[in-house]
Design a binder for this molecule. Structure first.
Ligand code: SAM
Length: 608
């Protein structure tokens, strides 16, 4: 019997909402309710959600706030927050919102047209929208000051998987009588669980059941004057004792040394610098991306699993952000990756993926430029062929960089970490992150830790483009991979050699790589010989369970490694999440995904 995924029958394709525009205001036909007040949606948002949470005053006083919202809809509430942020240039926001029926950009544009005063911000949001896949999507707005976490799916299912401390909530899921699914006692109790003591909520509804649910969730609930014709709204403050899932908040480190300036270090640096910290990238090589991140071209593609486990879902979330990151950095060589149904083991996996009911923009049957037989496979629209050097440079932009800095010691002197280089240079920092790729074990050793890191040698062949291969418009994977040509050469890879004692056998590496090419693709390179082919060798690190490692491993010491051959797909999002963790900002990924990559799983003593 064919194996099927656990969500085979789930409604995994998110429905588009059925919207009827009435005098410029979107009306949800399913719920017979408007997304916002027909008289003046923006004024209502400002009155109910911003004033109702004292946000203008709190944004003036705070350097960072976390806002939660039940129902993203058109994004009008977010746009009102973005507009208010212009009055508070020092304030950063994490905005965590949930949406079961995401609008597409066109639907949003129709709604946004009624608010010309928000036009610039609204177009910024629409251009940054993620794909409509279930799960977490990162969106960075307002020049990096606003981190939007969009959770697509039913909030009743997602909220219990999170562990964040929200400062204020916008409770906005249509009228409770028309959409009780947004106001269940369980959801209101989750809202309470996820609110900082002293945090607040505001809502346009004053329904008795909602008031009682929020009171039971730990809020002191009060009625106040509603907007326009609405007599009442409600607002409230979270009472009680500290949240069990919020770790004792310590002062955030500011200057953070990152050992390793490849994709992991650079992605982390990007997340740290835009949150106001000062990352310092250190690398034993002279420049950025000199080791495993240094290939001329590389692919970003998801690593789905046949049982559609937490790591499969995380890899989709990572791809969503990685692809948009590459595009924004100008690092994209070609959009889309074609994963061939070859060799047989890939065909068997793909047969299962096709039954997993992924949205078509994540995974669909290929319709390719290759011939009909060879080209059968899966097309990942958000897969990318990229120029790693461009992506890494863009991500590392806000960091101080020290090249030729081979770290030989990490010591603590007068409360400061001191990193000493082989040539005796020194760098001071408040915290250190080990992100040294295949050399991460050296860093672990310096801080008295150990993990079963496996290093493999990977060799990539540089194959000259032929008149047939030059037209290849996407990356192709087939167990191995082939990039579109750049500067006259394709990358074909890669070897996985565990025996590092054996010297490199260049001819054998080329033979291995080219033998990976399925027959129809190898035909693109007819008549080619190995003579004079270029080759690049690097070393990757992975853990026994093939999952990344991110998190704290000792006091002030963090790790970001084990990315194997998937760094360009996984690091952009995981780097952002690790930056948030280091700086005590929310990490709103589902618990099973966080646990799957947590360093704690390899530590004898749980330090994270
Ligand atoms: N805040 C929005 C804005 O600024 O446009 C308006 C939100 S609208 C009143 C309510 C939204 O909640 C809709 O987009 C709806 O699809 C979403 N929603 C309702 N029930 C939901 C649920 N159980 N899970 C996730 N989203 C839900």
């Amino acid at each position: 019997m064919a194996r099927t995924s656990p969500h085979l029958h789930a409604d995994y394709d998110l429905p588009l909402p059925q919207i009827d525009m009435r005098d410029g205001v979107p009306h949800a036909m399913q719920f017979a309710d408007s997304y916002y007040n027909a008289d003046d949606g923006l004024a209502e948002t400002r009155h109910v959600f911003l004033e109702g949470n004292d946000l203008p005053a709190r944004m003036k006083a705070a350097s960072h706030l976390t806002i939660g919202e039940t129902g993203f809809g058109t994004g009008l509430n977010l746009l009102a927050v973005m507009a208010e942020m212009q009055n508070h240039p020092h304030c950063q926001i994490d905005f965590v919102s949930f949406e079961a029926q995401p609008l597409d950009a066109e639907m949003m544009a129709a709604a946004h047209a009624a608010f010309p005063q928000l036009a610039g911000l609204a177009s910024q949001l629409r251009q940054a929208l993620p794909p409509r896949w279930p799960g977490h999507h990162l969106v960075v707005l307002c020049g990096g000051r606003l981190t939007l976490h969009l959770h697509y799916g039913d909030m009743g299912a997602i909220l219990p998987t999170l562990d964040i401390a929200v400062d204020c909530w916008f409770l906005d899921g249509f009228a409770p009588a028309r959409n009780p699914s947004a106001w269940t006692a369980d959801i209101l109790s989750e809202v309470g669980r996820l609110t900082e003591i002293g945090g607040s909520f505001a809502s346009f509804t004053a329904a008795g059941e909602v008031r009682r649910g929020l009171a039971a969730a730990g809020f002191a609930v009060a009625k106040s004057t509603g907007y326009g014709r609405k007599r009442d709204m409600i607002r409230g403050v979270r009472e009680g004792t500290a949240l069990p899932h919020v770790s004792s908040i310590t002062a955030s480190p500011r200057r953070i040394a990152i050992i390793g300036a490849g994709i992991a270090g650079a992605a982390l640096a990007a997340g740290l610098s835009r949150r106001g910290a000062a990352p310092v990238l250190l690398d034993a090589a002279a420049g950025l991306a000199s080791a495993a991140s240094g290939n001329r071209a590389a692919l970003q593609s998801p690593r789905l699993t046949v049982d559609h486990n937490a790591m499969s879902r995380l890899s989709a979330a990572c791809l969503s952000w990685a692809a948009r990151c590459s595009d924004a950095a100008g690092a994209t060589l070609a959009a889309g990756v074609l994963a061939l149904d070859a060799p047989d083991r890939m065909a068997a996996r793909h047969a299962i993926f096709r039954q997993q009911r992924w949205p078509a923009s994540l995974l669909r049957d290929a319709d390719t430029v290759l011939d009909a037989e060879t080209g059968k496979g899966i097309f990942y629209e958000y897969g990318r062929a990229i120029r790693p050097s461009i992506l890494v440079k863009a991500l590392a932009e806000g960091a101080e960089f020290h090249g030729d800095f081979d770290v030989a010691s990490i010591t603590m002197e007068a409360g400061q970490l001191v990193l000493g280089a082989v040539d005796s240079r020194q760098v001071q920092a408040d915290a250190v992150v080990l992100a040294g790729g295949s050399r991460v074990a050296d860093g672990l050793h310096l801080v008295g830790q150990d993990m079963p890191v496996e290093v493999t040698r990977g060799q990539v062949s540089h194959v000259p483009a032929t008149s047939s291969s030059a037209s290849l418009a996407t990356g192709v994977s087939f167990g191995g991979y082939l990039t579109p040509s750049w500067d006259g050469l394709h990358e074909v890879g890669a070897t996985f050699s565990r025996d590092l004692e054996q010297p490199e056998d260049i001819a054998a590496a080329h033979a291995h790589n080219l033998a990976l090419l399925p027959a129809g693709i190898a035909g693109l390179f007819d008549g080619m010989t190995y003579d004079g082919l270029g080759l690049r060798t690097s070393y990757r690190a992975s853990l026994a369970d093939r999952r990344p490692v991110t998190g704290r491993i000792a006091d002030k010491i963090w790790m970001f490694g084990g990315l194997g051959a998937r760094g360009f797909t996984l690091a952009p999002l995981l780097g952002e999440m690790l930056a948030a963790q280091i700086l005590n900002r929310p990490v709103p990924l589902p618990r099973d995904q966080r646990a799957g990559v947590a360093a704690a799983r390899y530590l004898s003593q749980n330090t994270s």
